[in-house]
Write a protein of this length. Structure first.
Length: 349
């Protein structure tokens, strides 16, 4: 399947992370000309270079905060996956301006450089924490979305389509809770959770890449895409991991971290009132009005249907066995089970 990537050059910012690894391996199965990995960590780039031995991979050392390095990396590129970000909620709480510099100014650099170099499409990766944000990480990601959506409004003649995708917890991504649970179990320790009643959306890395690809294929200027997902409580997730690994450990409650929310929302009721249901996805179009509002108050339809937020507390909740089956769909979890000497069957394709 070549799709839109046939003969194309693709840039992945923050490409040495979990998302970058997954998208690179998937794209290398296509008839693609080049994949550029852009990040500031040369050690991780070297590890990735040895892990993925393919002549179509190229590595660019740079920082999204530095426009010149981004501009160089986007030359002759067709598609940009913008995944570079500061993502840890507690660290962003202590250093909010660092979150702004990377997540907001850095994203503006990526969009501006992409437009300058004639990139066909840019997809910016956002998070459920950008919805009703209560922490610096979510606030900076919400501003990133505004930067992306406003670009087309302010540059109507641009040929670069800029869109966003928003998703919840990406299972087994770097820094996520599932690898932590497994490390604690293998060390013979209890599994720690901040609040067992806390709920989160669950998505595999493969589904997160599918969401980005869907945006590349379907995006119009300023669109926001959300993949529908189920959710579960942290207590249910921890219990499922303990059960899979046949552990006698307990769930230990350690208390909520800095600026954590009890639940997360993938879309607000206001967004859903104007969203287009595309099956597995919601497409939320950008508000394309200009600053002359009076015409809309005089002539427009101000009626807005009532919707609930698409929230991890209100969507379908997975049971323990359902979470276990989802965990078993992850190659990383199956490998951890094999290392622990626990037999596991390969999923049916």
């Amino acid at each position: 399947m070549a799709g839109p990537y046939e003969g194309a050059r693709v840039l992945v910012t923050g490409g040495t992370g979990s998302f970058g690894h997954t998208v690179a391996k998937k794209l290398l199965d296509r008839d693609i000309a080049e994949i550029r990995i852009f990040s500031r960590d040369e050690a991780k780039q070297d590890l990735m270079r040895h892990e993925i031995r393919d002549g179509r991979m190229r590595y660019y050392v740079g920082d999204v905060r530095d426009y010149d390095s981004v501009e160089r990396a986007t030359r002759d590129v067709d598609f940009v996956f913008h995944a570079a970000a500061l993502k840890q909620v507690p660290s962003c709480e202590f250093f909010p301006m660092e979150a702004v510099r990377t997540n907001v100014h850095g994203s503006e650099n990526v969009v501006r450089a992409s437009d300058h170099n004639g990139v066909r499409s840019v997809v910016c990766l956002s998070t459920d924490k950008a919805v009703y944000p209560v922490n610096a990480m979510g606030m900076s990601k919400a501003l990133m979305e505004k930067v992306a959506q406003s670009y087309g409004l302010n540059n109507p003649n641009t040929e670069t389509t800029v869109s966003c995708v928003r998703y919840g917890n990406v299972m087994y991504s770097r820094g996520s809770v599932i690898p932590l649970f497994i490390r604690l179990i293998r060390s013979g320790k209890n599994v720690t959770v901040t609040n067992p009643e806390m709920t989160r959306f669950m998505m595999s890395l493969a589904h997160s890449v599918d969401l980005v690809e869907f945006a590349f294929l379907n995006a119009q200027q300023g669109d926001l895409f959300v993949r529908k997902a189920l959710a579960c409580s942290m207590g249910t997730l921890a219990g499922a991991v303990l059960n899979l690994f046949r552990s006698n450990g307990q769930v230990e409650v350690i208390g909520t971290r800095h600026a954590e929310k009890l639940s997360e929302a993938l879309a607000t009721r206001e967004e859903l009132s104007r969203a287009h249901d595309m099956g597995d996805y919601f497409r939320v179009a950008a508000d394309k009005r200009d600053l002359n509002y009076s015409v809309y108050f005089e002539e427009g339809d101000v009626h807005q249907d009532r919707y609930e937020d698409y929230d991890s507390h209100t969507v379908g909740q997975m049971t323990g066995p359902e979470v276990e089956q989802l965990l078993l769909s992850l190659p990383e979890v199956r490998e951890e089970l094999r290392l622990a000497g626990i037999p596991v069957e390969e999923p049916v394709p």
